[in-house]
Design a protein. Structure first.
Lengths: 209, 209, 209, 209
DNA sequence: CGGTAATCGAGACGGTACGTCATGTCTTACA
DNA sequence: TGTAAGACATGACGTACCGTCTCGATTACCG
């Protein structure tokens, strides 16, 4: 985010102020949502001047994105090598789900998505920071599973990733039901085995008189 | 939205103005997104006074919700009785996907979701209008499938619905890949059969005579 | 004020509503001043529809004027024939001063004057109703005094009236000092005898060698 | 009006804009009166934003007061030392009358008085700026006259001031007759000599040698 | 006695201005 | 150069009145 090139001339950047801004933004965002956050409010709460904020973040969405990235990146670097596809996916998705549901991040994500709808530059930045790393991990896990023969070689990986992450985002954003460990387990199991019963010995058996 | 009871006293509501507001709101919202749309702009474009808008819609989110509801409800709720679960689901989800991707509705949905994150009243109204009817249809379809023995009786219906709609919303909101008929087919198929090959006889077993 | 000609056809005017409007206007005006009085507020307080008010009074200033005229006209019809100029003037002015200072009429008068500054039609109506009758009485009193030889025949009557009423309005509108009986006595005495001491026996005497 | 203390920090106030606002307000006020003047109109005409106006003037009455004060203060407070009471008073009052009648200031004064009726804080400010200085001058003149023996020591000074200024305000606000030099002469003479003829030797006594 | 007409209640409407708030820029002094 | 302070232009906000209008209901008269 910190676009200005450090030329090693002049007064160096005040890192304390930088952190104070991110902290103030996080509190205001998570407590009241983006629309209740003004640059003036962040400046006052952070004890910083507005000019300083605009110096480093062009919009409050950019600020919110960096705040979210910082908070979520602080927890992620797990290795997902449980040996089975199901185990890897649960490890991956549960880490995300616990993070996302730990505080009202739905407010932040929804606001960022809304901004991304009409601002292609921001959308690209959002995807680069928030989505691509997660999808990259998921791709690696699924590729391993293909290599192990757990899933077919022709499986549509991108669709599979949407099938896994989509339901999680759905609950995060719509809030119609909890985004908890049980739900992640259910999603992974249902995605792996499918809705239909096994054709060989499944419920069709009872139709045989 | 028009809650005030018509008591047959006083000047009757101007329905032309009502429609003009919805039309103007639709154009502005779909072209530029909610945050770029002001009540002043809607009023001017609709040839209506701001007071009239505020009389019937307390916020622009409420207005956007009614606009979206009106446009999406115009497509008649088809009966989904193709005889098979896969057919029913494709009919249901493809209708939604075509509607949602026909115009830039992602802008509107994202804005409404952002608003719903911090406004419980609005959230309830959004769910009542936009989500509940769709989930109700999906429940009916899945219940039929259970009755026909296509899926197990113990299937977690709510999770299944999220597994189906989640990926669609995911693409609508994130725009990382197209929300087209092919994607709906893939999602339904993957949700029905699962990622894993059939465990009992292996994925290719049945091809081996 | 009731401009519409009674043609003896149609529903007759509702006098109860008429009075209710004047009463409501009086309360609001005297309590909070004209700017705090809206047609909507008067209508609600009087239990009358806005259309009814506009039917009889084109503006709220007109309404205020009629209210003031009604309340002040109810008290005036004294005869001023005490036999002396001073007595007559005190009777005339004290009646006015008691009326004007009895309730916060300064609010009403100031508002009407403000309106009269830019609306010649209203100004004429205001003068016809509120000023001309008072000045007419004063002229009569002064004419009697001239006839009795109490004051010189060449006295400028219009200036004299301003000299008498001006100070009273001054205190009513500026409120820098009380508008009470004592003040009226002082004004009349000072106007009659003048500030300067009597020239025959006064300080001028010492200039006579 | 410019209360905020200049701490020498931050961008300094734009004095050009300050003057432009006062000028624009003066033109609009004198041309159309306060009620026909909107903050939006002043802002547009002055080429200044509404927020800037509200930063320095909380209401348009406050703005009008500063405008009036500025324009009337521009006429220097001459020394009134003509040697006689009559001369001093005519000098004092004619300066005021010429100022007040030079442009349609009656509109402004009436609007300010109307505001002062219901706003004690504004009333105090109005008196401090517009009335007190004039009354202070008048008191000095009358005190000199007492010292010189021109008027009695027991003269009620406050009443005398009302007797002099009251008629002038009366004509300014009611406009029933001109506020010109002749009127000021008449008021001063009548206030000094009184309406009644000299009681000791009759009104014409001094003309009899 | 039924028609005509004026009044009244209720309240929706287009319009204008209000006073506030947030954005993003700019100007100064200080570090 | 970076920062705090804060003034500024811009423009949307949501509210409040204004004066007009369209209804249905009411109450007289007059033919």
């Amino acid at each position: 985010m910190s676009q200005p090139v450090r030329t090693q001339r002049g007064r160096p950047r005040n890192e304390t102020a930088h952190q104070a801004v991110l902290t103030a933004a996080a509190e205001l965002l998570l407590d009241h949502g983006l629309h209740a956050v003004s640059m003036d409010a962040v400046a006052e709460r952070a004890g910083v001047s507005k000019a300083t904020i605009y110096r480093w973040w062009p919009t409050k969405e950019t600020l919110a994105l960096e705040m979210l990235f910082t908070q979520w990146a602080a927890v992620t670097p797990l290795r997902y090598e449980t040996g089975s596809l199901g185990g890897d996916l649960i490890a991956l998705l549960q880490a995300w789900a616990r993070l996302a549901s730990g505080r009202p991040y739905g407010r932040v994500v929804a606001a960022l998505l809304a901004q991304a709808q009409t601002n292609p530059v921001f959308s690209a930045e959002y995807q680069r920071r928030m989505l691509d790393p997660r999808r990259h991990q998921a791709r690696a896990i699924l590729a391993q599973a293909v290599a192990r023969g757990e899933i077919a070689a022709g499986t549509k990986i991108e669709v599979a990733i949407d099938l896994l992450y989509g339901p999680l985002y759905h609950r995060l954003l719509h809030g119609h039901a909890p985004l908890d460990d049980q739900f992640v387990d259910d999603v992974v199991e249902m995605a792996l085995r499918g809705l239909q019963p096994l054709p060989s010995a499944g419920p069709d058996a009872e139709t045989q008189p």
